[in-house]
Ligand binder design. Structure first.
Ligand code: SF4
Ligand code: SF4
Length: 376
């Protein structure tokens, strides 16, 4: 397992972090879907015994059960031998007092005395404003001074401009968590955000390195590029190695659902190797091939909305593009489970949307194709 210096914290967590948001689940006696605690603990044990020391959870994961399951599974180990990251659910808070109440609820769920890393969760334009309004960061700093939190950071989902504002708002961010993978280097914080953190000496924790599983398998023509180079390496391992080759990445979170995924990830991170120049080129080749499979150049601007019949035009196009690029049947399922009025098939070809589209897309003709591709 690779361990990396974590900024000014003096810590050296494992490069692979266990994301506790996608634990395996099962139906309980009441017919509710709950975490399969036995299987989840088996996975956590295997990860810990194979060198993973960073475990990431949050208030809403599995309806609060993730914190409980993590705390329960880890209580047999010496607390100083692993690190726990938990997050303050900014969208849920209304008053300054809510920060403290929420934090202690989380600590109780974890059954721990402190957390190593505490993040303002999912900062964006709105939640950042709220954090300022209710002085959330000030309260978190007090909890740190009281010894309940060791290190303070934030996780982020918005545009680079907001990211820059947040990074510059506080001089003592000890880390931050962003969404980053080889397909999304220009989205959200992206490469610009990564470089800003490098300049400022802020370590990065990465989420969605495999893009929610989309970079774990492709159509045969895409997979062939990777397999011709190394037939034994998993497709997901390329995405993880790509992210781990970028500075200042210090922890890569993987939300593991099966024991096999834990084993595969540990294999990738044991004797971790950054991509060499040739491998970086292969990833860029794959990225270009995936992008070439985009069906329609819809930017998601929504100028065409609302459609008088209720068709969710950009969402239909996004499912179509993603299905084509990632060869992932979930996008088809998402289409089929949409409300009938929102589906491409509900279009009556009035043409209103086409007069508003700055990309001059043939929306009507393409909606017909969307339905043909995704409805069966
Ligand atoms: S052409 Fe179809 S999608 Fe466009 S506005 Fe009319 S009904 Fe809606
Ligand atoms: S206006 Fe055109 S580019 Fe914008 S969301 Fe609608 S279809 Fe896509």
């Amino acid at each position: 397992m690779e361990y990396r210096e974590f900024g000014k914290t003096g810590l050296k967590p494992s490069l692979l972090g266990f994301g506790c948001m996608r634990f395996p689940t099962k139906l309980n006696e009441e017919g509710n879907r709950v975490i399969d605690r036995e299987e989840a603990e088996k996975m956590l044990d295997y990860a810990y015994k194979n060198g993973v020391t960073y475990f990431d959870t949050a208030y809403p994961y599995h309806g609060g059960e993730s914190e409980v399951v993590l705390g329960n599974a880890m209580k047999k180990y010496d607390r100083s031998t692993f690190l726990v990251a938990d997050k303050l659910p900014m969208w849920k808070l209304e008053r300054t007092e809510d920060v403290r109440d929420t934090f202690f609820t989380q600590l109780k769920r974890l059954n721990m005395d402190y957390v190593d890393f505490y993040l303002l969760h999912a900062l964006n334009r709105n939640t950042f404003q709220k954090a300022k309004d209710i002085k959330a960061l000030e309260e978190v700093i007090k909890l740190k001074e009281e010894g309940f939190i060791k290190h303070i950071g934030f996780s982020f989902h918005d545009d680079y401009e907001i990211f820059e504002q947040i990074v510059n708002y506080y001089d003592n961010w000890e880390f931050c968590q962003i969404q980053y993978n080889y397909m999304d280097t220009d989205d959200q914080a992206g490469d610009k955000g990564r470089e800003l953190c490098l300049d400022k000496g802020i370590p990065l924790v990465i989420m969605e390195p495999i893009k929610g599983g989309n970079l774990a398998s492709f159509s045969p023509d895409v997979e062939e590029i990777f397999k011709n180079y190394d037939k034994d390496a998993s497709i997901a391992s390329w995405a993880l190695r790509y992210v781990g080759s970028k500075e200042p990445v210090r922890v890569i979170l993987s939300g593991m659902t099966t024991f096999e995924q834990v084993v595969d990830n540990i294999n990738t991170f044991n004797n971790f190797k950054k991509l060499n120049d040739k491998e970086e080129k292969l990833v860029q080749e794959v990225k270009a091939l995936i992008k070439s499979k985009v069906k329609i150049g819809c930017t998601g601007c929504e100028y065409c909305m609302p459609c008088p019949k209720g068709v969710k035009i950009p969402y239909n196009f996004s499912l179509w593009n993603n299905y084509s690029m990632y060869n992932n049947k979930n996008f088809k399922k998402n289409y089929q489970s949409m409300e009938e009025s929102a589906k491409a098939s509900a279009c009556i070809k009035c043409g209103k949307c086409e007069t508003l589209c700055p990309q001059h897309l043939k929306i009507r003709d393409n909606l017909v194709l969307v339905n043909e591709d995704l409805s069966k």
